[in-house]
Write a protein that binds this ligand. Structure first.
Ligand code: MF3
Ligand code: CO
Ligand code: CO
Length: 258
């Protein structure tokens, strides 16, 4: 049976999942990332929530309501006047604070028609998240998550970004536990019912190393090759896992699926 906190998490998570879907539906060649930011902001407010990224952090505070990460940008891309072009891939990362808790979810979308290697990258990244979720259950060690992701990404010839991790999420945006997306033998904390965290693998065609832009947020691959990401917030249940950030229709947002 679900705890009261997981009921709240489910309502907030599903709102975040709906917002991700709706902003994703607005992606098209010619649209700017600032336009996607304005839409995300409006939808968070209409849902009775607040966009967690806005003014998050201190060095400097994140200036927008969504992260938009295009092509070689790994994560934390800052919306601006950039125009999306046919053939781009773009990750939208939505976090909504509502009823006192955060729901954090992201997906990667095609802009128009995308080359076959980018299509494969996005599909494999989506599968990495799906296969990681499949190992979440009480009694499992947290490093089973990173093992599942690394095995699948490297079998496809891709690399796992190490600098950014999944995280506990709830009343705080980022808290314990830390969820590595590659296998680390010491990361052997055991999952217990009620643990609520994200898994958010970033998978690259080339190098896994990242470099931050001088805006203090945008992280890009060192070789300029493309990278993709998917994220869900989930809770460990008595017998497995429940995804909190699913869209109410149960389908994942973004591209690379069936
Ligand atoms: N949503 C991101 C995550 O998955 C965090 C974004 S922090 C921000 O953890 F300030 F860039 F929004
Ligand atoms: Co996120
Ligand atoms: Co997150």
């Amino acid at each position: 049976s679900a705890s009261a906190s997981s009921l709240v998490g489910r309502r907030t998570g599903s709102a975040a999942g709906e917002i991700l879907r709706q902003v994703g539906d607005a992606i098209a060649p010619g649209v700017t990332t600032d336009e996607l930011d304005a839409l995300c902001h409006q939808l968070c407010i209409e849902a009775g929530g607040y966009p967690s990224p806005l003014n998050y952090g201190t060095s400097p505070p994140f200036p927008k309501s969504i992260c938009t990460s295009v092509n070689e940008v790994i994560c934390h891309g800052v919306p601006d006047s950039r125009v999306l072009r046919d053939g781009d891939i773009v990750n939208l990362d939505v976090t909504c604070f509502r009823e006192g808790v955060n729901g954090d979810t992201n997906a990667t979308f095609f802009v128009g028609s995308v080359d076959p290697e980018s299509q494969r990258l996005v599909r494999v990244t989506r599968e990495c998240l799906s296969q990681a979720i499949a190992v979440v259950r009480p009694g499992a060690p947290i490093n089973a998550i990173g093992r599942a992701i690394q095995d699948h990404a490297e079998a496809a010839g891709f690399s796992v970004v190490k600098a950014f991790v999944g995280h506990g999420v709830g009343t705080e945006f980022h808290t314990r536990p830390e969820i590595l997306h590659y296998f680390h033998p010491r990361a052997d904390e055991i999952m217990v019912p009620g643990m609520t965290f994200t898994i958010e693998p970033m998978i690259s065609v080339g190098a896994w190393q990242q470099r931050m832009w001088d805006d203090g947020w945008t992280a890009a691959t060192v070789d300029g090759k493309r990278t993709a990401q998917f994220e869900h917030t989930m809770v460990v249940t008595e017998d497995g896992v429940e995804l909190l950030t699913l869209h109410p229709d149960g389908r994942w947002s973004g591209d690379g699926g069936q």
